[in-house]
Design a binder for this molecule. Structure first.
Ligand SMILES: *[C@@H]1O[C@H](CO)[C@@H](O)[C@H](O)[C@H]1NC(C)=O
Ligand SMILES: *[C@@H]1O[C@H](CO)[C@@H](O)[C@H](O)[C@H]1NC(C)=O
Ligand SMILES: *[C@@H]1O[C@H](CO)[C@@H](O)[C@H](O)[C@H]1NC(C)=O
Ligand SMILES: *[C@@H]1O[C@H](CO)[C@@H](O)[C@H](O)[C@H]1NC(C)=O
Ligand SMILES: *[C@@H]1O[C@H](CO)[C@@H](O)[C@H](O)[C@H]1NC(C)=O
Length: 150
């Protein structure tokens, strides 16, 4: 009985918390750095740091410094003539930042834009295995528990 309860609690801690709690995004902020992005977990502080970075290039970044709703983004600018990237940013943003609607300050002219904003772990491209890793680990835990309890 107690054994079941404790194992149940462990199961919830391992499987449910990482799935439910926080969004994790690929992170980089230059075309060369984005060849091997790192990662970051969404929070008011990571999204706020990225907001400040984006303010260096854009004129209409909303003045939001905290949110309960985050997204991962890949915002890339390139020369349309040869597709060479001039600016590449991947990271966590406030939903309210509306990253794909930001307007460049007019010092950068002639850049074309590709932008993606999405809401699941590592959905801004590059490694896309995170949620399936959790699924695999979760299934393994369930299998082990089923064995232990039977
Ligand atoms: C983040 O900011 C939002 C909006 O200001 C606030 O409601 C929330 O509590 C903050 N989260 C943390 C962990 O401080
Ligand atoms: C956050 O906002 C997006 C876009 O409006 C929406 O699709 C998503 O469901 C929201 N998530 C939460 C947790 O409110
Ligand atoms: C791509 O085109 C832009 C604008 O025509 C030019 O300034 C840049 O040097 C080119 N980049 C490469 C890698 O050819
Ligand atoms: C996410 O942002 C969109 C566009 O700004 C807004 O309409 C929506 O209400 C936001 N969702 C949340 C949960 O804040
Ligand atoms: C970000 O998006 C651009 C344009 O779609 C793409 O070329 C680039 O590979 C993406 N960056 C990463 C690190 O996946």
């Amino acid at each position: 009985m107690w054994k079941n309860l404790i194992l149940g609690a462990v199961l919830v801690a391992f499987v449910a918390v990482p799935l439910a709690n926080s969004l994790t995004c690929n992170k980089c902020n230059s075309p060369s750095g984005c060849k091997s992005p790192s990662s970051e977990t969404c929070s008011n502080s990571t999204a706020n740091a990225n907001k400040q970075f984006l303010e260096g290039y854009h004129s209409n970044v909303p003045a939001v410094s905290g949110s309960l709703n985050f997204s991962c983004a890949n915002l890339t600018y390139y020369h349309p003539a040869n597709y060479s990237h001039t600016f590449e940013f991947l990271g966590c943003v406030f939903n309210e930042t509306n990253v794909c609607n930001l307007a460049l300050t007019n010092t950068q002219s002639g850049w074309s834009k590709k932008c993606l904003q999405c809401g699941t772990d590592y959905c801004n491209p590059a490694g896309t295995y995170s949620s399936s890793v959790y699924t695999i680990v979760g299934s393994a835990v369930v299998l082990v528990l089923a064995k232990v309890l039977s």
